[in-house]
Design a protein around this ligand. Structure first.
Ligand SMILES: NC(=O)c1ccc[n+]([C@@H]2O[C@H](COP(=O)([O-])OP(=O)(O)OC[C@H]3O[C@@H](n4cnc5c(N)ncnc54)[C@H](OP(=O)(O)O)[C@@H]3O)[C@@H](O)[C@H]2O)c1
Ligand SMILES: [Zn+2]
Length: 350
């Protein structure tokens, strides 16, 4: 491979994960306000599965590769970048914004009209190098493993914004996490227990093995939704009161049961629709119980830095099931596709 080329795990067409290939592609140059990051590790996020399967309306050009959770070392700085130096250890804030619109000026970067995210609108970290706007970098402490740091940026920031900024979870809240074992879920468990100190934490999952994992991670009551309806179980466990907050990143058939699990004035916060974006709804429950519904997407810049701060001071520990070399991408994608994942899987490079 020439020095103008690099390796990337990407795809030319959409469909199953067998469309992914190890490619040789041109090595990018950083723009004047960008930094070229030498990627040391990139985590899979569910968006990487969605991208290869169907996200053709976002993809700028082909081949495309995902990887929104990126950690690495600064390789080269654009001509107008003077705040980063070659060799700096960094993670990448995956949320891109204009910094000028009304929402950016309010500090709500993920509401930006020009919002983009690495892995959907921009090629991400499943490659040797990635150009990143200078303001999207955050320093990683010297003693913090980059292969662990990569597991956090997308999933942790998303969980933190949903719980802390959107649903405004308080210590006296009872909280239910629907979709607790995956990337976002395992951070949500830890922010809820270690930072927000919720009263009682409930979580759903799909097997006894995963239930044991969630109990060990700190969930007080785990409900296996393949064995029983989780809303009925919540009703029993809360003595017919319901919980204050449901954090749902699954959608589909879990939507109405999530509403039914809430108490009066309960808050339902949603940041994903893994099981389907067009579920039935239950309008009477919304007005009779006076529910509040919040959408949530990645994070503001402040939320990102706050979320990462709890990672770097080790209040929250990324759950990384496997760290695999980039060329073992097929195993990594299969783990996620087949729902065998506990937390995160990270693709690494020397
Ligand atoms: N809005 C945003 O900015 C944002 C950011 C990050 C992620 N997301 C979205 O949030 C969702 C979770 O992302 P993630 O990276 O945490 O995914 P992940 O690691 O693959 O975790 C998904 C979890 O959802 C559960 N699940 C329940 N029903 C499922 C189904 N029908 N298919 C697949 N999984 C199902 C699974 O756990 P059990 O088997 O234990 O139920 C799985 O562990 C995705 O939809 C993603 O696109 C959105
Ligand atoms: Zn903006």
């Amino acid at each position: 491979m020439s020095t103008d080329e690099m390796r990337a795990v990407g795809f030319h067409k959409h469909g199953g994960i067998d469309n992914l290939q190890l490619l040789s592609v041109p090595k990018p140059d950083p723009g004047p306000e960008e930094v070229l990051v030498d990627v040391k590790a990139a985590a899979l996020n569910h968006q990487d599965l969605i991208a290869v399967r169907e996200l053709d309306h976002y993809i700028p050009d082909y081949p495309f590769w995902g990887g929104g959770g990126i950690a690495g070392v600064v390789a080269e700085c654009g001509e107008r970048v003077d705040d980063w130096t070659a060799g700096d250890r960094v993670v990448v804030n995956p949320a891109l914004s204009c910094d000028e619109c009304e929402f950016c000026l309010q500090g709500e970067q993920s509401m930006c009209a020009d919002y983009e995210v690495f892995g959907e609108h921009r090629k991400g970290g499943f490659a040797e190098y990635v150009p990143v706007p200078r303001e999207n970098l955050l320093s990683v402490p010297d003693d913090y493993d980059l292969r662990t740091a990569a597991a956090a940026p997308m999933a942790a920031g998303t969980a933190w914004r949903a719980l802390a900024d959107r649903a405004k979870v308080r210590p006296d809240d009872d909280v239910l996490l629907v979709g607790a074992t995956g990337g976002v879920g395992t951070y949500a468990v830890q922010y809820a227990t270690e930072v927000l100190n919720v009263q009682t934490l409930y979580g759903t999952t799909s097997s006894e093995e995963k239930a044991t994992f969630l109990r060990d991670l700190g969930v007080d009551h785990v409900i296996d939704y393949t064995e029983e309806d989780f809303d009925s179980r919540i009703w029993e466990l809360t003595d017919k009161r319901g919980v204050d907050v449901v954090y749902n990143n699954v959608g589909g058939d879990t939507w109405v049961p999530s509403m039914r699990s809430l108490t009066h004035g309960g808050r339902l916060v949603l940041s994903g629709a893994t099981a389907g974006p067009n579920p039935a709804s239950e309008l009477r429950l919304m007005f009779v119980r006076q529910l509040e519904i919040y959408g949530s997407t990645t994070h503001s810049r402040t939320a990102f830095e706050t979320a990462m701060g709890f990672i770097f001071d080790e209040t929250v520990e990324p759950v990384v099931q496997e760290r695999l070399p980039l060329e073992e991408y097929e195993r990594a994608f299969k783990l996620m596709d087949q729902r065998k994942l506990y937390g995160k899987v990270v693709l690494t490079q020397d």
